[in-house]
Design a protein around this ligand. Structure first.
Ligand code: SF4
Length: 452
């Protein structure tokens, strides 16, 4: 049987690989006698002063290439970015958002990944339930870090119930192994009312704080409850009282842990502060915005960046009417930012439209889950001015497609307005509002539902 190879997709111009006459379609079979399990093996073995690489050319010839790369990147991209199949999750979590999506959306959105390699490559959170001892050993050997872990609770029995996986409690022991090996970690808790809140939350924070300093941070995010929960575990959305209770616990732990360790460690997402109607924490409490990807500190950071960016701008006397659409959650904050811009640039009229999420249900308030059809339905009678600004998180990563497969062009056509996409920083916000950027091919971070 012929050896399994990794098919080359592209060869960078001017690279070592091009010099060696490697081409798309050729297959890398081994490096220094090691067959390559995945991208981590490749990165590990290629990172050497001299290597022996065996390649099968498209015509079937096998080449042995002695490469002195002095740690340079060879310039190869592979057809499968992971150089291995993606791992699906072995859980059936009571709060899984994928189970709460309507049928008929594109297939890739229903893929449930739980792959530690994606944790290192793109920051995904993993439950550790499908990781073998071999996987743990490779993380330790290759010193891969940080690994982002969906913990949810440190109560083993409760974790089995929440993840609907009888091995989920046992899997927590892998955190001990990573801690003992000095591997950096971040944790996440999806807070489900009446399940892992109150005493259970206290217990989880206390247990995880024992992994400091290698466990660098933990976020608490509220469960998302869509209107498609028929037949699923009965979960209620987080209320104002629930949010106050979570913040009381989180803020108390922050004070204690800051005194002991010089970092706040546990962070509640912005949504809790909005629900509790409490002011966002001051900047230093976010420990360098370590949990930004989980919606922790996004609004505080945006406010600071908008204020900074506006200081650099002088009024250009331009007159323009524009509009911004966003989710219900962020709308009051975006309105404040729009007012700051208007105060400095009185010629700019800026309408901010909060969009109700009819697609997933009104309980879903984040901008990243707004669809093209909700935008069109709710904006068609509105004054939109010359341009409509939409945040990049509404679009599929690297493309101009909404979750419901409508495109930026579809929305432009339906609303008869130019749609500009706002990247995530405050400087981008100010530039796009003022029309100082002409972006056509933005690089997006993508939906909250990460696709692969
Ligand atoms: S929440 Fe994540 S780990 Fe749980 S079932 Fe869904 S995809 Fe799997």
């Amino acid at each position: 049987m012929s050896k399994r190879g990794h098919v080359i997709k592209a060869v960078e111009r001017g690279s070592i690989a091009e010099e060696l006459e490697l081409e798309p379609g050729d297959e890398v079979l081994s490096i220094d006698g090691h067959e390559l399990e995945d991208i981590f093996d490749y990165e590990y073995y290629v990172n050497s002063e001299a290597i022996l690489m065996v390649v099968r050319k498209k015509n079937g010839e096998e080449w042995e290439l002695e490469i002195e790369n002095q740690y340079e990147d060879l310039g190869l991209t592979f057809e499968n970015g992971l150089m291995s199949e993606y791992r699906t999750c072995k859980n059936n979590c009571i709060f899984c958002f994928i189970d709460q999506m309507p049928p008929g959306m594109r297939e890739t959105l229903y893929f449930k990944d739980d792959d530690s390699r994606l944790s290192f490559l793109q920051g995904n959170y993993v439950t550790l339930t499908n990781m073998s001892e071999h996987d743990i050993e490779r993380i330790i050997e290759f010193k891969l870090a940080p690994i982002n872990i969906s913990v949810h609770t440190t109560n083993p029995e409760l974790r089995c119930q929440m993840l609907h996986n009888r091995f989920a409690g046992e899997a927590l022991k892998k955190i001990d192994r990573l801690y003992e090996a000095g591997i950096s970690m971040n944790g996440q808790i999806v807070l489900c009312k009446g399940v892992n809140d109150k005493e259970e939350l206290e217990r989880t924070i206390g247990d995880l704080s024992k992994y400091l300093p290698y466990m660098e941070s933990v976020s608490v995010v509220p469960v998302g409850v869509s209107k498609y929960r028929n037949g699923l575990y009965p979960l209620s959305p987080v209320t104002k009282e629930d949010a106050i209770s979570v913040l009381d616990i989180v803020e108390r732990w922050q004070k204690t842990l800051y005194k002991e360790h010089g970092c706040h460690f546990i962070h509640a997402s912005d949504e809790f502060y909005i629900l509790a109607e409490r002011p966002m924490p001051e900047e230093k409490r976010y420990d360098g915005y370590i949990q930004l990807e989980n919606g922790v500190g996004m609004l505080r950071l945006l406010e600071t960046e908008v204020e900074e960016a506006l200081k650099e701008e002088a009024d250009d006397d331009a007159i323009e009417e524009i509009s911004i659409a966003t989710g219900m959650l962020a709308a009051p904050f975006i309105e404040n930012h729009a007012k700051l811009v208007h105060d400095k640039f009185p010629g700019r009229t800026i309408h901010v439209y909060p969009i109700v999420n009819h697609f997933f249900g009104e309980q879903i308030t984040v901008a990243g889950l707004i669809t093209g059809q909700d935008l069109i339905a709710q904006l068609k009678e509105k004054s939109l001015g010359k341009r409509l600004l939409l945040p990049e998180c509404m679009f599929r990563s690297g493309e101009e497609v909404f979750l419901d497969d409508l495109t930026r062009q579809d929305v432009q056509n339906a609303l008869q307005v130019q749609v500009d996409i706002v990247k995530s920083s405050g400087q981008d916000f100010v530039n796009t509002v003022l029309g100082h950027v002409k972006e056509k091919k933005p690089s997006y971070d993508g939906y909250e539902l990460k696709e692969i």
